[in-house]
Design a protein around this ligand. Sequence first.
Ligand code: C2E
Ligand code: CA
Ligand code: CA
Length: 574
Amino acid sequence: MKDRYTKCTFGNSGKCADMSDKKITFDDCRKMIQMYSPCMDDYPYIMDLKQDEYYISEKAVERFNVPSAFFTNAVKTHEQFVHKDDIQLLTQELEDMIEGKKNEHNITYRWLDHDKHTVWINCRGTLIKDEDGSPQFMIGCVNEVGMAAKADNNSGLLQSSEMKALFETAEIRDKIGFVLRVGIDGFKDINEKFGTKYGDFILKGVANCIVESLGENQSVYHAVGDEYLIVDCNGSSVEEGHELYRNIRRAIDFFIENNDYEAVYTISGGILSCKHYETMSYEEIVKLSTFALQQAKYRGKNQLYIFSYEDYEKFLRKRYILTCVRKSVSEDFRGFETYFQPLMTAGDEHGKLYGAECLLRYETEKGERISPIDFIPILEESGLIIPVGRFVLEQAAQMCKKMQTVYPDFKVSINLSYVQILKSAILKDIFNILAKYGLKPESFVVEITESGYLENTPLVRRVWDSLKKIGILIALDDFGTGYSNLSSISNFSPDYVKLDRGFTVKALKNSYENTLMKHIIDLAHSVKLKIVIEGVETVEELDRLSVMEPDYVQGYYYSKPCSSDEFWDRYGVA
Ligand code: C2E
Ligand code: CA
Ligand code: CA
């Protein structure tokens, strides 16, 4: 670099420009840039249009693919760090300046960083003419368009990136007690209902309420949108943070009241004790505070959630499973498999194969088996249960077809999720699969749990009635657990009721549940409903439950759910 300067003869006669009597030289400007650029985030530059020489602050060399602070042959050299699609624009602009067609330069275009990634910049410049009035220099500044602002002018708060310094200064870090992230509930609705200008007013109001509520050595920063980060540097406890949250809520309630309840809203908060996580970096703390606020909102809003590592690990686990299953679905259901568990007859002709329940299994790429209790809710929440449900349907139909070569009346049971009923064309899917395999509708039993059907909406009703009309059989699953009640039998008029193992275990232990179970079975039989007892594990259980006269039995006593090959090997011979 130095060599190149010494080769240049800046500041010689002829390189002067006239600025109200003062002569400035290229070299003066270069020195100025060197002096003040360390104090700024932008990149000042000077270009000598006559000598075709260019100088830009050293920081630009660090940030962009600029070969050196000083270079000649400006247009050609720019090609190294300007996006290829913008070179024409830049060349034209420079030509216009050199020809004196323009006195000001102000364009937004793309530069490239060292990894050749695009960075949008705005370049401004002013033309300085020499004594003869011909263009001599262009002096100006480049700034990054997308660079994050350090403050939020609406709320009047510094951005949370400015909080970082607190975490990086050892004496202050030691005193940080908690970080509290506060967010406005349903802020999007406020913006939509009242417009963004009013939304800005609320944001400013909430920021003021927070500032008012802060104690000494507590500061607030603007995080994103309607979220604020408060950091306590008194070593305060989470309980004290909770008190602060309550104070902020009171201040906001007062603010709402003062505005005649025009917009009524609440706030949620997520708090994290920094004393417990003192080795964590600023970035990690901010990440965990985001999780904490999400949890407060997820748990119903208008509340404070205190960060728990256990919850966070569960969240990470869920996210991991979601990533795995999503990949599997996109790779033709790799890792998913359907198992089958036999349903056997009870009563006089007990122990005969009646059908099988199709149960989904999943194994990750790394060979970890995940329980359906864990992955089914994730499939449901993400909507992936829709494609996976089709996969299950296909596998179940295949097995049913094969088994009917030996047992013509064999039935296969499929568990159906609420999401499949509400958000997919489940009727069409079932109909198509029956046609594809040439199966009779009564070969399929659809199992549903009442828990998911509490909302007996017209759509659910329609799907229900259509399933029954086609002739598909319906089983009310998990009967006897928390959610089920007798009204669901009349609501859904199923063909089977499956009594949950939890209920049967109680019935075997307590006389009250025993009598209740007996009556439920009698009641079901009186309306021609068939009863399946689930989860029968031992011969003793089977004997004691047989007295109740169930129609079918399912459980480990007969068989654990097994792979389709195993099921075929065991039951494929009549
Ligand atoms: P579920 O429908 O109640 O299925 C019966 C569960 O009880 C199965 O657990 C089965 O392995 C287990 N089980 C069977 N016999 C016994 C026994 O004698 N003792 C005990 N302790 N347990 C027994 P699994 O396979 O882990 O499935 C759990 C739940 O996952 C199912 O409960 C069902 O709600 C759901 N699920 C499984 N596959 C699917 C599917 O393809 N679609 C949907 N939507 N849900 C599914
Ligand atoms: Ca089931
Ligand atoms: Ca069940």
